[in-house]
Design a protein around this ligand. Sequence first.
Ligand SMILES: *Cc1c(COP(=O)(O)O)cnc(C)c1O
Length: 373
Amino acid sequence: MAMDYGTAGSLRIDLSALVANYRTIAAQVAPAAVAGVVKADAYGLGAVPVSHALLDAGCRHFFVAHLGEAKALKPHLPADATLYILNGLRPGAEAECAAIGAVPVLNALVQLDAWAATARASGGTLPGVVQVDSGMSRLGLTPEELAILRAQPERLDGIDVQLVMTHLACADEPSSPVNADQRALFDQIAVQFPSVPRSIDNSGGAMAPDVRHGDIVRAGIALYGGAPHGPPNPMAAVVALDAYIMQLRQVPAGAGVGYGLTHHCDRPTQVATISVGYADGWPRHVSGRGSAYIGGLRVPVIGRVSMDSMALDVTDLPADLLYPGAPVELLGPHQRIDDVAAQAGTISYEILTRLGSRYDRTYLPAILESIEP
Ligand SMILES: *Cc1c(COP(=O)(O)O)cnc(C)c1O
């Protein structure tokens, strides 16, 4: 493929690693099905190409967050795939959701009532998911709302409940007692929805050993190579990102580098200014403590990350690696999204979803051999 000289860097998205991760999760949770969580443009990696690779691997359930995301993705999915909207419906959005055939996650009684009314007005039924709050206090029917629904089950008339779901607050810490508490409470609540399939787990829950996973797990970050729990990370890396060296300069001991001159060179230093900054989603919080790799060798980020660039101390590198245009690994075999997240004091999700649109993108195709799904 021809080099793109116009961008901040090159983002490579390995769809065969994505499919490998899908299969790793599927093996872990079988017989539960794995749904692909492709909200936020598949965590920034491209909802359409990611969904197509997952479809080819056998995935038939997809979750986005917003109606707008569902509208954009729905035409790219086959009729036998189901597209759910995690955030449910904002009042007034019901007709549009029904028109595109997406399945809203009903997160409150008022949403459930509005969806049921839409169904009854259409003279038929509409599919919906009921989310219940098992302790996270975020979205989902409260215990009080569930009691009302028990007393007035006719409120569900018109809704074909396809799934009852909840969300775990501490799934990334499998040893947290909160997980068992939430699972037990959910099991009790779910009895209220007899013979409705169940969904509990995100990536962390799905990769937790020795638990029952319900009927569908909702996997996001683990598909994209993020660690579902602390290290070691069993998932294959999906993203690689290269910046390039824009300029090299030799500065004397005592020179300051970057905005605020927060870095002072304690020796004669060769500074490489590279092509990625915080407007490219690189976290400004790695200022003075991040890393990059050139020729597989670690180099530190010095000074503050700028909007469109940042500085590296490349003094100790062999000269043949250093030239304008030389590639600089920001994500790849030496540094993964969880490493950058740790440097920035955040989570891999935030690193991925912020990568933005200033890179040229290459999708490495999934090579689907005749492996049993
Ligand atoms: C985003 C989201 C997921 C996916 O979570 P990961 O940790 O990325 O696997 C699953 N369920 C709900 C309700 C979500 O909001």
